[in-house]
Each structure stands twice: as C-alpha cells, then as structure tokens.
Write a protein that binds this ligand. Structure first.
Ligand code: DGY
Length: 328
C-alpha cells in the first residue's frame, strides 16, 4: 500500500539520522525562522506544510495564518506555551510534545540552581578563577545550608515531583508543594505535603518554580508573592520566565528581602544585554538549559520524530497534548 508523502517543515536542527527517517517518508524542508536568512524559506514552506517539527519559536494565530494545510505540530519541548492552543483546537491541528524524557535532567538543573544559590558556587568560583582568592575566606562569603531547609515547589507535575525526590530523599528537606492536584507518591509520604500558595511562599526557605506557563500562571510571582516569601529565602525558576514579574523579583533582591535567585528562564530570551538580571550579584543565571544534555536532547528529538510520523500517518503518537479541555 502506498502511503501519502506529506510536506514537513523542520524548524529546528534535528540529528541527521532523524531527519533522514522523516525524509524517507515525507518531503522535508529545513528552515529556522530565528535565522534571518532562512525566514523567507520558512514562510514559503509553512504555506504548504502538513507537519511541523521544532521548538523555541512562537507559532500563534499570526504566524499560522498562512499555514492552511497544517495537520500536526510536533514540538521538541514539554512546554506548549509557544502555541495558541485554542486556535489549534479550533483548526483541528494535532499538537505533540516531549514530556517524561526530560524530567530528570530538568530536575537536576533546578536542583543545581538551588545548590548554586545557597552555597554561592558561581560567586565563589569566580573568586578563584579571577585570582581574587588571596586569603582564607571569612564569614562574609559563607554559604547557607540546604539540608534541613524547607523546599516549596510551585507546580507538582513530573519535574516538580522529581525535584521533590532530590530534596526530600537526598537532602533531608521537608517539601511543601502548590498544585491543583494532591499527588500521592509512596516514597514521599510524610516528606511532601500539598499546601496553598500563601502557605508555600511564607513557609519555604527555598521556593522552586516548575509550573507551566498558562493564562493563570503568567505573572504569578509578583510583588505580593515575593513579599510573602520568608525574609532571606531563595527563589529558583526552572520553567518559564513570564511566570515571574522580573521588576518585582529585582526589587525583592535589592531590598535584601530575598537572599538570591537562580534563573534558567527569562521573560525575554536570550536575555537582553541590558537586563539588570544578567550581572546582578544575587542572581545565578543560566541560558535556558533545563533539558540541555546530549542524552536528553537526543531523547526529546527521537520522541518528537516518532510523534510527528505517527500523527501524520493518522496513528496515535506516544505524546499528544490533550487539547480537549482548552476553552474555544
Ligand atoms: C521545554 O521542553 O519546555 C524546555 O523548556 C525547552 O523549551
């Protein structure tokens, strides 16, 4: 039986073998719209594309207006905030993503930021690197213990739970989490408890955000939320920058209310050169690398390729994003 060859637009670099797997079944155009010289090719290919695969590009109503034949978007990400979900639902476009395969790596990144902020690792490392380690360090450079501190987790999905396991089982940290759902994990019985947002913010020594970006979470960490955190607490964000009102975070750091912040994500990425967060002495900033290891990025690309090919064939992909609950 001959299977229809469809038009696929790959908008982010894929490993050669995966590209070849797609090209064996479909007509492929590779064009990354973040590169000015490829924008024309991207626009042309979008007009006839039936399948898209890639990540880190906003594809809302304006961008998809000319994509009249689109059937499937396979995102190489777990987050789906780059897409207009209501529009995809209305137009019957299938959305797939890559949950699960990046959980542990992203939780490692979040926990690395918890450690880096509390023990001042980046600041102390630059002391050595820059030749400023000229005498034994004193109290003014001491860190803050992580073990025994209470960790508050905003969002208790797969990544939040993996962070909780690291904290509770590895570092003896009691965990409070804020999530619409109670999650019963046998290994965390007596170690992690669900609480409302105010209780998490006001009781935790360290607050880590692993929430998805939605209409409800956008701007959630505002001036009131930072003021509700314990004096001297640490804030870490490993999910999406737009959940945080950055001016409010800066004010909380500058006033001395917060000890430090660890940020892997920002409202605008890459972080603009003039952002006060870039060189802030209390901020440990990473360039959105939550899932950026060789193994995990490979696993994400494989899952996204599988999702794309299955969905284009009218079969059930391993990880379709459920649009049924999205309001029209
Ligand atoms: C994800 O998978 O959502 C990562 O944050 C990359 O965007």
């Amino acid at each position: 039986m001959s299977v229809e060859r469809k038009q696929v637009l790959v908008f982010r670099a894929l490993p050669e073998d995966l590209l070849a797997r797609i090209a064996a079944q479909h007509e492929v155009v590779v064009a990354d719209p973040r590169r000015p010289e490829q924008q024309g090719r991207f626009r042309d290919a979008l007009a006839t594309a039936q399948g898209l695969i890639g990540s880190s590009v906003k594809l809302g109503a304006a961008e998809l207006a000319g994509a009249g034949r689109l059937e499937v978007i396979s995102s190489i990400s777990v987050g789906v905030d780059n897409y207009d979900l209501a529009l995809l639902k209305r137009r019957g476009i299938r959305l797939c993503h890559t949950p699960g395969v990046l959980t542990e790596t992203t939780a490692d990144t979040v926990f690395a930021l918890v450690m880096a902020c509390s023990r001042r690792l980046v600041e102390l490392s630059s002391l050595v690197r820059e030749g400023r380690w000229t005498r034994h360090i004193g109290e003014e450079l001491f860190g803050w213990d992580v073990h025994g501190k209470t960790l508050g987790i905003l969002g208790f999905g797969r990544i939040g739970q993996a962070v909780a396991r690291r904290a509770a089982l590895g570092f003896g940290m009691p965990v409070l989490y804020h999530d619409p759902f109670e999650v019963a994990l046998p290994e965390l019985v007596g170690r992690a408890r669900r609480a409302n947002l105010d209780e998490v913010l006001s009781s935790a020594d360290i607050v880590a955000c692993t929430l998805p970006l939605t209409g409800e979470t956008r701007g959630l960490m505002d001036q009131r939320a930072f003021a509700a955190m314990k004096p001297g607490a640490v804030f870490v964000n490993g999910s999406r920058g737009a959940i945080v009102q950055e001016a409010a975070l800066l004010a909380a750091l500058d006033s001395g209310h917060l000890r430090a912040a660890g940020l892997d994500v920002f409202a605008v990425e890459p972080l603009p050169p003039d952002s006060p967060l870039r060189c802030h002495p209390k901020v440990t900033a990473l360039p959105h690398v939550g899932s950026a290891t060789h193994e995990t990025r490979r696993a994400m690309a494989e899952l996204a390729t599988h999702n794309l090919l299955r969905a284009l064939a009218g079969e059930r992909p391993a990880a379709a994003f459920d649009l049924s609950g999205i309001a029209d």
